[in-house]
Design a protein around this ligand. Structure first.
Ligand code: GLY
Ligand code: MN
Ligand code: MN
Length: 473
């Protein structure tokens, strides 16, 4: 009897299952083929983050956040699409032409009662053949955990009743939103309709929401720390591989190739920012990205890089002598930067001010440059150390945060540097020495944790590693 009923259930399953597939566009394994990663942020993470935002919203208000625009490079070529970090944090959706509305309190719209709605692009076999699979409105609730998903084609006609709320806080993309005239649900159209809908809504404001998002994003959740650790480990592995492979005769772009090979090999989707590989005089250009110079033995190479893994970026800098040996002048400057960084990292204590690491590092650099006669007065330090030591790190390389006291769960960089460009007003023996050392520091109750400690920092460790063979030799 049991056997018969098992056969019967199997028959039913065989008959019923195909009917559940999306036969309309003949892609039965659609969701399986939509995503190949099994360690993305969970839908529960995003749902909990929406709940955290809801807690910060005043009674009877809503927050509106749009997806990033598709940015055109030229003619038929767009830049690689990258989701807006705030939108990604709250939804997990990596597709364009979408907007999420998060209400403090549940709202009633005709037959629906909900406290969150995503408007998104629906599936379209014609476009998916060109640009890749789309999640589809019908899958959004189960896949993203967002309670209500509606096609972006219906955004214009949807009655939001924004005027009945007491507050409406929004973040809109600032520029470069192109109009796809064939699509009334594209970002351009939704922004146009949104602006019409809030035209007479006095309580609609672009203020406040960026601050609330910064408050949330500053403190990382354990799932975020896990992805950041992955991004940072990949980045350290890339620095280590470059240390072994770097040789006179290589070019900056070949050193970049080694870095980005390692990023891709270990699953990083993007670089978190354009890789900075600055040799010789380019070591003194803070955000140098041309990366074309042939490298000689006497050059220093600043390697400021960050793999991005599932949205989260690392930001780690090492400065290397191209021939594997630091000169005496380079050693002197290097050890000042290292001492400044060590003091900066020690100042990364919960409760300290955001700028305390900067103060600790700057004071050491100023004193030591005076001792060397490179500057006369300590206040001249900004001539050779012209940036701060720290920024928040996360979904953005310069991540959102409030710049108040350092709090457990926050990750910041500590990255002092000294850059003595050719022609500087000091002994020419220091010219073209540009050195930055940057690590990613997690603030905890028990003190600072250097998440990028895996990449060697001392002169001895670096010279030792540079003498080792590389897989690229
Ligand atoms: N990589 C850019 C920075 O260090 O801020
Ligand atoms: Mn940085
Ligand atoms: Mn950096």
């Amino acid at each position: 009897m049991k056997f018969l009923s098992a056969i019967f259930s199997l028959l039913i399953a065989v008959i019923i299952l195909p009917a559940q597939e999306d036969i309309s566009i003949h892609q039965p394994k659609h969701l399986e083929y939509y995503n190949y990663d099994d360690d993305l942020l969970s839908k529960e993470f995003h749902a909990e983050r929406r709940e955290a935002l809801r807690k910060l919203l005043p009674e009877n208000s809503a927050a509106v956040i749009f997806a990033n625009p598709i940015r055109n490079r030229s003619n038929d070529v767009n830049y690689e699409y990258h989701q807006d970090p705030n939108f990604y944090y709250l939804t997990g959706l990596r597709e364009p032409n979408a907007v999420i509305i998060i209400y403090k309190n549940p709202q009633k719209f005709d037959s629906i009662i909900t406290n969150e709605i995503i408007f998104m692009q629906d599936r379209n076999p014609k476009f998916e053949v060109w640009d890749g699979r789309r999640l589809g409105v019908k899958n959004a609730s189960s896949y993203l955990g967002i309670k209500t998903a509606i096609s972006n084609q219906d955004f214009a006609s949807f009655e939001f009743n924004f005027d009945k709320l007491k507050g409406l806080f929004y973040i809109t993309p600032e520029d470069d939103v192109r109009d796809d005239k064939t699509d009334k649900g594209d970002l351009h159209s939704m922004l146009k309709y949104f602006n019409q809908k809030i035209e007479n809504v006095e309580h609609a404001t672009p203020r406040k929401l960026p601050e609330l998002m910064a408050m949330l994003r500053e403190i990382k959740q354990p799932e975020e720390i896990e992805l950041m650790t992955k991004a940072i480990n990949i980045t350290c592995d890339a620095q280590i591989e470059l240390m072994k492979a770097l040789k006179p005769g290589m070019t900056e772009y070949q050193s970049e190739a080694i870095i980005e090979y390692v990023f891709k090999k270990y699953g990083s989707e993007y670089t978190g920012f354009p890789s900075i590989l600055g040799g010789g005089e380019n070591s003194c250009i803070l955000h140098y990205t041309t990366n074309r110079k042939p490298l000689k033995g006497e050059h220093l190479l600043v390697s400021d890089i960050g793999a991005e893994y599932h949205g989260y970026t690392a930001d780690v800098t090492r400065t290397l002598p191209v021939d594997g040996k630091f000169s005496e002048e380079e050693k002197t400057i290097y050890n000042i930067v290292l001492a400044a960084q060590t003091a900066g990292i020690e100042a990364c204590k919960a409760g300290n001010k955001f700028w305390d690491p900067n103060g600790a590092a700057t004071s050491i650099i100023a004193k030591e440059l005076v001792k060397l006669g490179i500057i006369e007065k300590e206040y001249e330090v900004k001539k050779y150390f012209m940036h701060g030591t720290s920024h928040y790190l996360g979904l953005d390389v310069h991540d959102a945060g409030l710049y108040g006291p350092l709090m457990p769960g926050t990750v910041i960089t500590v990255e002092p540097g000294i850059y003595i460009a050719e022609g500087s007003d000091c002994d020419p023996k220091w010219w073209n020495i540009g050195i930055r050392i940057e690590d990613d520091i997690m603030i905890t109750e028990a003190g600072p944790v250097n998440l990028s400690a895996k990449a060697p920092r001392t002169i001895e460790e670096i010279e030792k590693l540079m003498a080792e063979p590389s897989i690229f030799d």
